[in-house]
Every structure is written in structure tokens, then in C-alpha cells.
Ligand binder design. Structure first.
Ligand SMILES: Nc1ncnc2c1ncn2[C@@H]1O[C@H](COP(=O)(O)OP(=O)(O)OP(=O)(O)O)[C@@H](O)[C@H]1O
Ligand SMILES: [Mg+2]
Length: 264
């Protein structure tokens, strides 16, 4: 299904199944307009995949959801709370409910794998060392890295680093997990392990997920819904099945890995 000028009907109204709503979000850096009035509602328990070419603004969009970036104009809601203009002290209560897997894993090199996973628990809770150790072990086991607590990031493969970063992202049992390019740089089997983990966390923890990716195999496998960002707005919003039959040339080029006719 191709959609032009998408303005979801639920984007400005209360929707009990909505966990996040972006309403008319605009963002510009100097003369570069990155988001031009974006509307997006994320439904509880769903996995939404955001695709789009490099520089389209996918990471910028993700950062608005967790308020690492504020919009120039527009609104961002988490459940029924507006977060784009919320004071920092209130936001700090909400932040632990988000898990963020950063584009380049972003592990702390001076901490072991276990230390990385323990970090958000130490920051946000008053749990004892014993309780924290138990959670760290559970989360590492969940991503298939049981026993690697004492390993240093420098001694882990790219796929293992991503999985430690994922264990850290779920350390506080978040309601919403944001994945920025989770499979980039991994060989196809390692990339598919990450896909399987995304599906497992949805199935076992019931989390809502947003996945930014260039990897169409991953998008088609994990998505309930795919949206494509192009020049500041969405040009596609639909199911994995419907994107494969979409007749918009810009979407087709992306899905089939071809450059657009005007690219050269
Ligand atoms: N803090 C910033 N200051 C200035 N420009 C920025 C900033 N953050 C992002 N941009 C610009 O905004 C545009 C969108 O960036 P973004 O990182 O969201 O792209 P992306 O779609 O995630 O690309 P990629 O697939 O390569 O990760 C880019 O042109 C980038 O240079
Ligand atoms: Mg990015």
C-alpha cells in the first residue's frame, strides 16, 4: 500500500493502545530540514520498523521518541504524558521505561560485559549487589551470553557486543525498546540471531519495539508494520507483505536495493 502525505487519523486523538505518539514533529539543523511534520503512533506490543536511506533522519526520529532531541515544533507523547517539553526531573522517572540500543552498540570499554548491564540498574534503582548480579546474569542469559559477564568489550565479537548492548537495554525491563541499526556490520547468521532476539523479547516480555534498519531481510522478518522516511516525511506505512507489492518507485528501489533513476 502506498501512502502519500500520511496523517494517521489517530495521531492527534487519545488511543488507548498507543504507547508513543509523535504529532506534527518538525526538526531542522541549520538549513537542513530533517523532519517535516512527522506523525507516528506506536501501538503497544507492536514492532514498527523505520526504513529510509542514509541521512533520511531515522536516528533523529528515534532520538525524539526518548527525548534525546527535542522537536522545533510538534509534540511527543509517551502514553498520555507530553514529554517533549517535560522538565528533566520528571523525565528522569520515565527514561528507565525506555531501552535504547544505539547504532554502534556504545558499550563502556572500561567495564566488563556484566558491568555494562549492571550500570543502568545501579543508576536507577537501589537494588543490592546480589540482586543486581542476579538480574545481570538473567539478562545476559536472555541474549545467549550466559557466562560472559567478566569479558571486556574489546574481547567480544561485533555480534556479542550488540547482544551485550541489548542485555543492557533490557536491564530495567523497559516497555519500549528502540533499536538503531541492530544488524548493521554483522554477517547474515549473526544478523539473524539479532532478529530472533527481537522476536523473542516481543514474545516473552511483550515489549513494544521500534527498529531502524537498512536491512530489508531483517525488516521483513521482525516488523508488524514498516514505515519509510523520505525527505522529511513518511512515504510508506504498511505491513511487510504490502511493501513488497508497493508500486511507488522510491519504495521499490529501497526494498530491492537499487538506486533511484535520478541518483546518478
Ligand atoms: N546534532 C546534529 N546536528 C546537525 N546535523 C545533524 C545532527 N544530527 C543529525 N544531523 C543531520 O540530520 C540528517 C539525518 O541524520 P540521521 O542520523 O537521523 O540519519 P539516518 O537516517 O539515521 O542515517 P544513517 O542510516 O546513515 O544512520 C543527516 O544529514 C545528519 O547529518
Ligand atoms: Mg542513523
Amino acid at each position: 500500500m502506498m501512502v502519500k502525505n500520511i496523517t494517521p487519523p489517530d495521531s492527534t486523538s487519545e488511543d488507548p493502545s498507543a504507547i508513543v505518539r509523535l504529532v506534527n514533529v518538525h526538526k531542522r539543523f541549520g538549513s537542513l530540514l530533517v523532519l517535516n511534520g512527522v506523525n507516528l503512533t506506536l501501538r503497544k506490543g507492536h514492532t514498527t520498523v523505520i526504513i529510509g536511506e542514509s541521512g533520511a533522519g531515522k536516528s533523529v526520529l528515534l532520538s525524539h521518541i526518548v527525548r534525546l532531541i527535542r522537536p522545533d515544533r510538534g509534540e511527543v507523547y509517551f502514553h498520555d504524558q507530553r514529554i517533549d517539553n517535560m522538565p528533566d526531573r520528571n523525565l528522569s522517572k520515565i527514561r528507565p521505561r525506555f531501552g535504547f540500543l544505539f547504532q554502534l552498540s556504545a558499550l563502556f570499554d572500561s567495564m566488563t560485559a556484566g558491568g555494562n548491564v549492571a550500570f543502568p540498574i545501579e543508576e536507577h534503582t537501589r537494588k543490592s549487589r546480589r540482586e543486581i548480579a542476579k538480574i545481570v546474569q538473567e539478562k545476559l542469559a536472555m541474549v545467549g551470553l550466559d557466562g560472559l559477564q567478566e569479558n571486556w568489550p574489546a574481547d567480544l565479537s561485533g555480534g556479542q557486543k550488540k547482544r551485550v548492548a541489548l542485555a543492557r537495554a533490557i536491564a530495567l525491563d523497559p516497555e519500549l525498546i528502540l533499536y538503531d541499526e541492530p544488524t548493521t556490520g554483522l554477517d547474515p547468521p549473526r544478523a539473524d540471531e539479532i532478529n530472533e532476539l527481537i522476536l523473542k523479547l516481543k514474545r516473552e516480555l511483550g515489549v513494544t519495539s521500534v527498529v531502524v534498519t537498512h536491512d530489508m531481510a531483517s525488516a521483513l522478518k521482525v516488523a508488524d508494520r514498516i514505515v519509510m522516511l523520505y525527505r522529511g516525511d513518511f512515504i510508506f506505512d504498511g505491513t511487510p507483505d504490502s511493501i513488497e507489492s508497493c508500486d511507488d518507485e522510491r519504495v521499490r528501489c529501497f526494498v530491492h536495493g537499487r538506486c533511484t533513476p535520478d541518483a546518478l
